[in-house]
Design a protein around this ligand. Structure first.
Ligand SMILES: NC(=O)c1ccc[n+]([C@@H]2O[C@H](COP(=O)([O-])OP(=O)(O)OC[C@H]3O[C@@H](n4cnc5c(N)ncnc54)[C@H](O)[C@@H]3O)[C@@H](O)[C@H]2O)c1
Length: 393
């Protein structure tokens, strides 16, 4: 078969745009032609483009003129408009997680602690509906960039579930570290919420995905979420928090600890924790308790490589693992962190979908159910953990 060429454009020039670019360079079986980048922050876009020898575009429209797919690597507040702009022109949109969000009413007085969370649910779902409608009337598609779905450990678990006909009774997962580096992360108005959406969406999407797989393998009907109970907390904003400099603490109006308890339509459960208060490097894991097996998916840290370094200074020029506080002593140092995290695999799958029409594991419906579960969870947290029904898409 002749290799197809796909023309790519990157929207956004920050953290996620960087790992998208690295993943793009690894795509095989499809020729990727990276046409350029566009971002609201033009200086950042220019230096991103210069560093990589690609073109910097002055507008989203001019970038869209030249590409088949855009990578939506912008803040949550811009996901819907960027994705719909692409879909309206029959282009594909790879949308970073979370699919979309409610970023407030735009008023000066908007504050994440105090606004009614029913608003987030209502407007968040309206945004999802607009994106799904744009996808339905486009020749392009939304490719939901949830790397946890493509993390090798999760894909191995998929294989086990499909081949053994497993029934998952409980999924238990977490994403946590000592605080996001991004200054905008502190504000609900940029990210559509706090840690429950920012980090919680990763293990939650993986849990929703695996229950879908279970149903799909058994009788073709994905098993969907039915209700959620949740609590959120603001631990680093407690007046008595004793700051010793290891944990970020300047959040303006977002939660830094969350727990979701999801029930599925078959009665099974998932418990999902997310926080910004965990020392020792990023902590991304998912446990599956099934009727015929039990699995720990240790995305990061994992023990593929363990390194002892007697002196921090020795490793001055050595990258070890995301968000670790020290390089001294023992470190679980992933031989290829991007690979364990699923970044290259998701981009590979998306380019095969664009070029050859192959199906994707992480699609707009999974992204939509994730948003619906999370904003229902915020409503629950506002009611101090009361059970709230989850609408599915
Ligand atoms: N999958 C992951 O592991 C992971 C990790 C970090 C961030 N993310 C996601 O990536 C997205 C972006 O986060 P980031 O950390 O890269 O942010 P960032 O602040 O590092 O970069 C954001 C970029 O988007 C640009 N931008 C913002 N709004 C825009 C708009 N409407 N149109 C065009 N450009 C716009 C900014 O100028 C900037 O270049 C978020 O959705 C976040 O949740 C995913």
């Amino acid at each position: 078969m002749n290799k197809k060429t796909v023309r790519a454009g990157i929207v956004g020039a920050g953290f996620s745009a960087t790992f998208h670019y690295e993943a793009l360079r690894k795509v095989y079986g499809v020729d990727v032609d990276i046409r350029g980048v566009y971002a609201l922050d033009m200086d950042q876009a220019k230096s991103y483009a210069e560093k990589r020898g690609i073109r910097c575009f002055g507008s989203l429209d001019s970038l869209l003129d030249e590409v088949d797919v855009i990578h939506c690597c912008v803040l949550v507040a811009g996901h819907e408009s960027v994705a719909i702009a692409a879909l309206d022109r029959d282009k594909f949109a790879i949308v970073e997680k979370p699919l979309t969000g409610y970023c407030g009413d735009g008023s000066e007085s908007f504050h994440g602690d105090t606004f009614p969370k029913e608003d987030a649910l209502k407007h968040g779902l309206a945004s999802v509906e607009r994106m799904l409608a744009a996808e339905a009337s486009s020749k392009g598609r939304i490719l939901y960039a949830e790397n946890w779905v493509y993390a090798p450990a999760i894909q191995r678990e998929r294989d086990i579930i499909e081949k053994t006909g497993a029934q998952i009774l409980w999924i238990h997962g977490e994403e946590a570290h000592s605080g996001s580096h991004n200054p905008t992360y502190a504000y609900w108005k940029y990210s559509g919420g706090g840690v429950m959406i920012g980090k919680g969406c990763h293990p939650l999407s993986a849990a929703l995905y695996l229950k879908r797989i279970e149903g799909r393998a058994r009788n073709g009907n994905p098993i969907r979420p039915k209700s959620v109970s949740a609590r959120t907390h603001t631990l680093t904003r407690m007046p008595n928090f004793r700051d010793e400099g290891h944990i970020r603490r300047d959040y303006y109006d977002i939660d830094d600890f969350s727990m979701m308890h999801v029930t599925f339509e078959d009665g099974a459960i998932a418990t999902v924790f997310a926080s910004d208060i965990i020392l020792g490097g990023i902590h991304n894991w998912l446990e599956v308790a099934a009727n015929n097996h039990r699995t720990f998916c240790n995305i990061n840290p994992n023990t593929a490589m363990q390194v002892y370094n007697p002196l921090d200074e020795n490793f001055r020029d050595v990258y070890t693992v995301e968000k670790i506080g020290t390089k001294q002593g023992w470190t679980n140092m992933p031989p290829d962190e991007d690979w364990s995290t699923g970044y290259p695999q998701e981009i590979q799958a998306f380019y095969r979908a664009i070029a050859y029409g192959e199906s994707v594991e992480s699609d707009s419906r999974l992204g939509a159910d994730t948003i619906s579960t999370i904003y229902s969870a915020y409503v629950s947290a506002e009611r101090r953990g009361a059970e709230v029904a989850v609408r599915t898409f």
